[in-house]
Design a protein around this ligand. Structure first.
Ligand code: FER
Length: 290
């Protein structure tokens, strides 16, 4: 009896410490609008940027039942080279994915910020989006994010302000930004997700000069990519370096190209891990297709 009680207690304790209630592959219709479920709310914000010396626009998705009387962790969700603050909403409909996840009790309530990651005065995705000044603006966004946008969010929303309550993730250029800014600012972020990281991703030894510190500080480090994506090597080389240095991370390679099918399932799966206690031992459960 004593042994039984002890086992029961251990089981309950383990479940408290490590909530393993997340999926390792997307379920059908995860991105389809459902009727009769509570919906979150999308705000448009304008924040003054000292970095760019202009007023910049972003969207903020608040979870269903967002309350002024409690505090929430925040996910910064970044777009790609041909996009802007609208790209995720148009192509990925993260509000639909997250509304569904809330309805099923699969994610922690969080604020999601959709910024414009091209930090320059004319930040529209017009003309040659590969022009050097536009590409450079994706690097400049690190300062805009840290010094302008995050302070704005933390002053104007019920945002928690500790590193374990901030996540950064993005697609392609935004995936590279998430790795560069997230791993480069572990005093600010503890959760980092990269979907189909682009060539702006720093070389592994520059990205992670101190592997031990990253291993100690990061809560979840997520890399996903389509197996048919021409940019796969940027995720792959990061993954190989992480493996060589025994840094726990998730490497999820799924059938697909450089497109929203992959980015949506990335958001769907990664968001289920956020702001929860997750055991690194489960990181290997995700599929790596060939
Ligand atoms: C490049 C190829 C792709 C590049 C960026 C991208 C800066 C980004 C793609 C995307 O964001 O979808 O050579 O160089």
């Amino acid at each position: 009896m004593k042994y039984f009680l002890f086992s029961l207690l251990s089981l309950l304790l383990c479940n408290c410490i490590y909530a393993q209630d997340f999926e390792i592959q997307p379920t059908a219709n995860f991105d389809q609008v459902r009727t009769g479920i509570p919906k979150g709310k999308i705000d448009t914000i304008q924040y003054a940027s000292k970095t760019v010396d202009t007023v910049r626009r972003a969207f903020v998705y608040l979870p269903p039942g967002y309350s002024e009387t409690r505090k929430y962790p925040v996910l910064y969700l970044l777009h790609g080279i041909g996009g802007d603050e609208e790209e995720w909403l148009r192509g990925g409909r993260p509000h639909v994915i997250l509304d569904n996840l809330y309805a099923d009790g699969k994610i922690e309530p969080m604020i999601v910020v959709l910024p414009n990651g091209r930090a320059m005065k004319d930040d529209r995705a017009a003309g040659n989006v590969m022009a050097p000044d536009k590409v450079e603006a994706f690097a400049t966004f690190e300062k805009d994010l840290l010094n302008d946008l995050i302070p704005f969010m933390e002053e104007n929303y019920q945002a928690k302000k500790d590193r374990e309550s901030r996540a950064i993730a993005g697609l392609s250029m935004g995936g590279g930004q998430s790795l560069n800014f997230g791993l480069g600012n572990l005093d600010t972020f503890a959760w980092v997700g990269s979907f189909s990281a682009a060539p702006n991703t720093k070389a592994p030894d520059e990205l992670i000069p101190d592997p031990e510190a990253v291993g100690d500080l990061i809560k979840v480090l997520w890399l996903s990519c389509g197996d048919g994506d021409r940019l796969l090597r940027f995720s792959e080389r990061t993954h190989e370096y992480l493996d060589q240095h025994n840094i726990p991370h998730i490497y999820y390679i799924e059938p697909g190209g450089h497109d929203f099918k992959v980015w949506k399932s990335g958001l769907y799966l990664f968001s289920q891990l956020l702001f929860k206690p997750v055991a690194p031992s489960v990181f290997g459960s995700y599929e790596v297709s060939n």
